[in-house]
Design a binder for this molecule. Structure first.
Ligand code: 13P
Length: 258
């Protein structure tokens, strides 16, 4: 059974308690579009406040540690974010891979720890401009994803419910220029084939694949109707209820049309 479109806001390092009013507005608007699954990943400090107020939207984190607990000053575990109300965690975002040197192996370890803590995961992948220009984008993303996703024997029977993949070409993030539909379609088809290879037809064909990178209300409809696009991971345009829900509305219209 096809899953609902999934529209996720990644607030990155934006937001103090003053932003709770936006979260409330997003939650209220999401109640009018129940055919779309709407979620936000605020900074750690806002997970619990958003969770306490949200009636409809999902709340998640942007990272967690790969160990369950221990002497890791300043780090946050999967169990802690779950305790604060997070239902999912974004892992392997290119900003963490780049700025914090996160390797595929580390991202995989985080993914397995998060799943074991009962969280859902959104696992990010995506190539740099240099890799795309060299014509190796698909091969790069396949390799990156294969090494970052939980081992098939670690994935649970309900992999398609608990694992989401986000394709976010690095050069499209925050640039104002999303990837072309042709590039998105090509990459999402390659990711789908890999997911079926790894998790089998039944689970692999149902894992949602989100696109991320300069998604905004103006381009959302075109992107969300592309084959194998199961939703969007949105950065800048998720910071206000108006623009974020413009994207969710595009997903809702698509669901009603289909
Ligand atoms: P932008 O939507 O700001 O391009 O960011 C995308 C992103 O990195 C979401 O994780």
């Amino acid at each position: 059974m096809a899953q609902r479109p999934y529209i996720v806001g990644n607030w990155k390092m934006h937001g103090t308690r003053a932003m709770l009013s936006e979260a409330r507005a997003i939650d209220r608007a999401a109640q009018r579009h129940m055919k779309v699954e709407v979620a936000i990943a605020p900074p750690f400090t806002l997970i619990h406040p958003v969770h306490r107020e949200a009636e409809q939207i999902g709340v998640g984190a942007q990272d967690c540690h790969h160990e369950a607990e221990g002497a890791f000053t300043g780090d946050i575990s999967a169990a802690m974010i779950a305790d604060a109300g997070a239902k999912f965690v974004i892992l392997g975002h290119s900003e963490r891979r780049e700025a914090h040197g996160e390797t595929d192996a580390l991202v995989r370890a985080k993914a397995e720890t998060a799943l074991a803590a009962g969280l859902r995961i959104i696992l990010c992948c995506g190539e740099s401009a240099k890799t795309r220009d060299s014509g190796k984008a698909v091969a790069f993303v396949r390799k990156q994803l294969k090494a970052s996703l939980p081992e098939p024997d670690q994935a649970f029977e309900d992999a398609s419910e608990r694992i989401t993949v986000a394709y976010e070409p690095i050069w499209a993030i925050g640039s104002g220029n999303a990837a072309t539909i042709a590039d998105i379609v090509e990459m999402h088809a390659a990711i789908r084939a890999l997911l079926i290879d790894l998790y089998g037809e039944e689970q692999g064909s149902e894992v949602r694949i989100l696109y991320g990178g300069s998604v905004k209300p103006e381009n959302a409809s075109e992107i969300l109707t592309a084959p194998e696009v199961g939703g969007a991971l949105v950065g800048g345009a998720s910071l206000t209820a108006d623009s974020f829900m413009g994207i969710a509305l595009a997903a809702a219209v698509e669901t009603e049309d289909s």
